[in-house]
Design a protein around this ligand. Structure first.
Ligand code: PMP
Length: 314
């Protein structure tokens, strides 16, 4: 789907996967004017194909586009384009229980700009790829207290899925991996006392019957899995709080887990705080497995979808 400044995105068209042409002076290539999304299509037990909460991705890309001074398709246009793309790629949706079709929408400034100003042309590009279950097994994380993400500072882009948010993390991530950690858990940029999120997923801390997650106030991405898990946990009778979570609280937790479209829910096995060398070591994983079973059950039709989160496409 393409659109020039002030115009509508229209219907778009299906083209085979392949290279796209852009002018060297395109806004996305020079200044990173672009936002991305990620969602999945699942095959249910009866063989139909469903999307999980695609209108949430549509709303989030709209908010991101506004922050990056870009036009965006309407929620209806976005969801329609996703459905059309999935139907065209339905042979790639894995059988029930064997993975999903990952869908990657990109909203890009494709027009030519040499000076610092928004691109005059835009494109919403959607491509898909089948993925296996991404459940990695328990993660080990590190908190590097000296490391704050610029994106999560005041006025930053931590609250949106800007394309520019990710590659600045590679250096620290490579270092953490060389030290034997799988990923980094970032602290808030303002005080360095509260946990925020992992490079590509949200974080939850469990103590007794209570589940806590950092508040989404513009510095972390308001994950769609995060939002869904909060509702599911409340339904299952847990007490859920969204608020600042001090590092010390995480270190004392019974259970810690991450959420995201790719990982769904991933238990955290250990968290090492590099400042004090204090370490959280895993609890049981009981609550995260219960939440995982319920969420994946809804996504694949095994658990009743009482909130209408799934959208049948075929
Ligand atoms: N935080 C960040 C930085 C992410 O990139 C993602 C993945 N989109 C998430 C959290 C989880 O969001 P969601 O559940 O919508 O995939």
């Amino acid at each position: 789907m393409k659109c020039s400044k002030g115009e509508d995105f229209g219907d778009g068209s299906l083209i085979p996967y392949g290279n796209i042409e852009l002018p060297p002076s395109a806004g996305i290539l020079n200044y990173g004017q672009g936002v991305l999304e990620g969602l999945k299509a699942y095959r249910t037990k009866d063989g139909s194909i469903v999307l999980f909460r695609p209108e949430e991705n549509a709303r989030r890309i709209k908010i991101g586009a506004e922050r990056m001074c870009m036009p965006s398709p309407s929620v209806e246009q976005f969801v329609h384009a996703i459905k059309k793309t999935v139907i065209a790629n339905k042979r790639w949706v894995p059988p029930f229980g064997q993975g999903s079709l990952y869908i990657r929408p990109l909203l890009l400034g494709t027009g030519s700009v040499l000076g610092l100003s928004p691109s005059p042309e835009y494109m919403l590009l959607i491509y898909t790829t089948p993925v296996k279950s991404y459940h990695k097994g328990p993660l080990n994380l590190v908190i590097k207290d000296e490391l704050y993400r610029a994106i999560s500072g005041p006025g930053g882009t931590g609250g949106i899925k800007s394309i520019t948010n990710y590659s600045p993390a590679y250096k620290a991530l490579n270092e953490a991996r060389e030290e034997g950690f799988f990923d980094i858990l970032y602290l808030d940029a303002a005080t360095g006392k509260f946990i925020e999120e992992v490079t590509g997923c949200n974080i939850f801390v469990v103590k007794g019957n209570s589940i806590t997650t950092p508040e989404a106030v513009g510095t972390i991405l308001p994950g769609i899995t995060r939002k869904s898990i909060i509702d599911i946990a409340i339904d299952l009778g847990y007490q859920v709080e969204e608020r600042g979570v001090p590092v010390e609280e995480l270190l004392q937790a019974d259970e810690v887990f991450c959420t995201g479209t790719a990982v769904v829910i991933n238990p955290v096995f250990s968290v090492t705080y590099n400042k004090t060398k204090a370490k959280y070591k895993t609890g049981s994983g009981t609550i995260s497995s219960k939440l995982y079973e319920t969420l994946t059950g809804i996504q694949t039709g095994l658990v009743q979808d009482i909130r209408g989160w799934t959208l049948q496409v075929d």
